[in-house]
Write a protein that binds this ligand. Structure first.
Ligand code: GDP
Ligand code: MG
Length: 444
């Protein structure tokens, strides 16, 4: 079962500990399990393939840090890649167009277009203070237009009056016209679907599109769609052109593999998800949550975060060791500056340690201050590798080049070098003390 993905990966890769890097054979073994987890989550086969290929590329040769298990390392790579492929958060409906902004809802019958039309209209009305008009273009099912009218009544959002006998394109034109006259900011066109994709449906959608010139075309799809998700998304995108995806029934037991399939095939963002039948059950899309669900591991987030923490801790421990040995070069200083920025600057670090307040003043007197971290990093990155590992070679002409490259001056560079010397001396002195030294406590 997929809940045991972590265990399975762990046991497959346990033999690797200490070897330092993931080999192709080991990654392949792990990816067989990942592949099974993705298929269980209903991710379409062709997407599973391209996904595992991408992960393989990243994972082979990736370092296995001693403090985490190789299995965790692979899971982290898989999870990161999944989040990346699912896309960024906070992409929502784009209203940057002259009013009335036309939103066209497309999708198969029963996917949730009409319900989602109501949900989006309610959201835009309440959260964005927009005046919205909804229009049903579904002339195929007798009750469809009435269904939307009722949603309008319930949510107190305007719907286009029903005139029997009009074609979908005529209704679309009338809706845009009515929105102009009525001073609506947004008009949402709820179209008809079919139980499957066919030519008449695509022709109808293309005609409506031509007539209404929508700014957003949202493909509404049931998140429980399995292998068909790829076909569905590809067809609608190629024939009509979609600007975003909405996945419905995310409140169900499905693992949401369709999200990955549809996103991978169209490259279009998942803008919203439906999580229930009620009008307020519409949410923004969070790629991390869906990635966890697809992998079928409830605790993956904490697991992965812990792994990342361990990576930092391990780096820090290595650095502490280096410092104590007196081999603290400018590469190490740069690493340390970055680490400190990440940990909330000097104040953040010192605040965690008793009796360290005085040290903070001392260090800022030496030029080690939060505000200058960024500038110092710029100076260091303008140096060559040789210069970083051997600061003594930095004479006048080199300093001049570095100053030009980093937009600083000789005085700043000298200050940085002085600070580095002081720190290196301090590290060395403290490293000798019992208890492992301040830096180890600080970083470990
Ligand atoms: P349409 O044919 O595409 O317009 O689909 P409808 O909007 O009429 O929805 C079909 C059914 O799915 C209705 O019973 C809706 O209440 C239900 N539905 C729509 N979205 C969701 C959702 O996010 N979660 C759940 N549980 N049901 C939904
Ligand atoms: Mg409908």
């Amino acid at each position: 079962m997929f809940e045991n993905l972590q265990d399975r990966l762990g046991s497959i890769l346990n033999g690797l500990t200490g070897r330092g890097a993931l080999s192709e054979a080991d990654v392949s073994a792990a990816l067989r399990e990942v592949r099974r987890a993705l298929l269980e989550a209903d991710v379409a086969l062709e997407v599973v393939r391209s996904f595992t290929d991408r992960v393989r590329e990243k994972a082979v040769g990736a370092g296995v840090l001693k403090s985490i298990k190789p299995g965790q390392m692979v899971v982290k790579i898989v999870h990161d890649e999944l989040v990346e492929m699912l896309g960024s958060e906070g992409v929502t409906i784009d209203l940057h167009a002259p009013a009335p902004v036309v939103i066209m809802m497309v999708g198969l019958q029963g996917s949730g277009k009409t319900t989602t039309t109501g949900k989006i209209a309610k959201r835009l009305t309440e959260r964005d203070r927009k005046k919205v008009l909804m229009a049903s273009l579904d002339t195929r099912r007798p009750a469809a237009q009435e269904q939307l009218r009722q949603i309008g009544e319930q949510t107190k959002i305007d719907t286009l009056p029903i005139i029997p006998g009009q074609s979908p394109t005529d209704i679309a034109a009338r809706a845009v016209q009515a929105a102009k006259l009525g001073g609506h900011d947004v008009v949402i066109l709820d179209t008809a679907g079919r139980t499957h994709i066919d030519e008449p449906l695509m022709v109808e959608m293309a005609d409506i599109r031509k007539k209404a010139n929508p700014h957003e075309i949202l493909l509404v799809a049931d998140s429980l769609t399995g292998q068909d998700a790829v076909n569905l998304a590809r067809n609608f995108d190629e024939r009509i052109g979609v600007t975003g995806l909405v996945l419905t029934r995310m409140d169900g037991d499905g693992r949401g593999g369709a999200a990955l399939s549809m996103r991978a095939v169209t490259g279009k963002p998942i803008k919203l998800i439906g999580v229930g039948e009620r009008m307020n059950e519409l949410e923004e899309f969070h790629p991390r949550r869906i990635a966890d669900r697809i992998l079928g591991m409830g605790d993956i987030v904490s697991l992965v975060e812990k792994a990342a923490e361990n990576i930092d801790a391990e780096k820090a421990a290595a650095m502490a060791k280096k410092m104590q040995s007196g081999k603290f070069d400018l590469n190490d200083l740069a690493d340390q500056l970055r680490q400190m920025q990440k940990m909330g600057g000097m104040g953040g670090i010192m605040g965690l340690m008793p009796g360290m307040a005085g040290m903070k003043d001392k260090m800022s007197a030496a030029g080690m201050d939060d505000k200058v971290f960024g500038r110092q990093l710029a100076i260091i990155s303008s140096m060559t590798r040789a210069e970083r590992s051997n600061p003594d070679m930095l004479k006048h002409s080199r300093k001049k080049r570095i100053a030009a490259g980093s937009g600083s001056n000789a005085a700043e560079i000298n200050k940085l070098l002085k600070m580095h010397r002081q720190m290196a001396d301090m590290m060395k002195a403290m490293g000798g003390k019992k208890g492992g030294g301040m830096m180890k406590q600080m970083m470990g």
